[in-house]
Design a protein around this ligand. Structure first.
Ligand code: SF4
Ligand code: SF4
Length: 165
């Protein structure tokens, strides 16, 4: 079954991805085939996905958690960082020809952003929605992020040895 997708190729091509240059769309657990620790570790270690934070409990009227985590594509200004809590950046999937992912492969936050001439409206999968949806996977996200950071550190160390650094 195809996923809901409001992308308007013509309008988005004219705009050249203003939203993608500002902040990558949030992913929901349903965007991933597998959300095991191993699968998430691979995604984070690829450098294409990052862990972002929601400050406070993302559930309306709840205050049990001080923070919650969600996953989104990495930003180009934070390449190599698994945790990226910065205030924004350009999505790694954006090219001069637009998003390199097919509409089916895009995170829900991208697919559910309804383009408009005057404004583009998020119709689901906001950062808060994503933080709520990922709550049951918090342990898996944190463990996978820890493993991916270790893998990236080892890779960088090995590259600097080969470079003679
Ligand atoms: S969704 Fe809106 S801001 Fe994003 S590329 Fe399309 S028209 Fe531009
Ligand atoms: S995944 Fe594609 S549509 Fe979504 S923010 Fe990145 S470049 Fe834009």
């Amino acid at each position: 079954m195809s996923k809901v997708n409001y992308t308007d190729e013509q309008l988005c091509a004219t705009c050249q991805g203003a939203c993608c240059k500002y902040y990558a769309g949030s992913a929901l657990p349903s965007d991933f085939e597998s959300i095991s620790v191993t699968a998430l570790t691979e995604k984070f270690a690829s450098g294409e996905w990052a862990v972002d934070i929601w400050d406070g409990d993302p559930r309306e009227g709840m205050s049990i958690f001080d923070e919650a985590y969600f996953i989104r594509p990495a930003h180009t200004n934070a390449i190599g960082k698994v945790f990226d809590f910065s205030t924004g950046g350009e999505c790694v999937h954006l090219t001069q020809m637009g998003c390199r992912l097919t509409s089916e492969q895009r995170p829900a936050g991208c697919r559910l952003l309804k383009p408009g001439i005057d404004a583009c409206i998020p119709l689901g999968a906001t950062s808060q929605d994503a933080a709520v949806a990922w709550l049951p996977y918090t342990r898996d996200i944190l463990e996978a992020a820890k493993r991916a950071e270790k893998m990236l550190r080892e890779k960088n160390a090995s590259l600097s040895v080969h470079d003679g650094g």
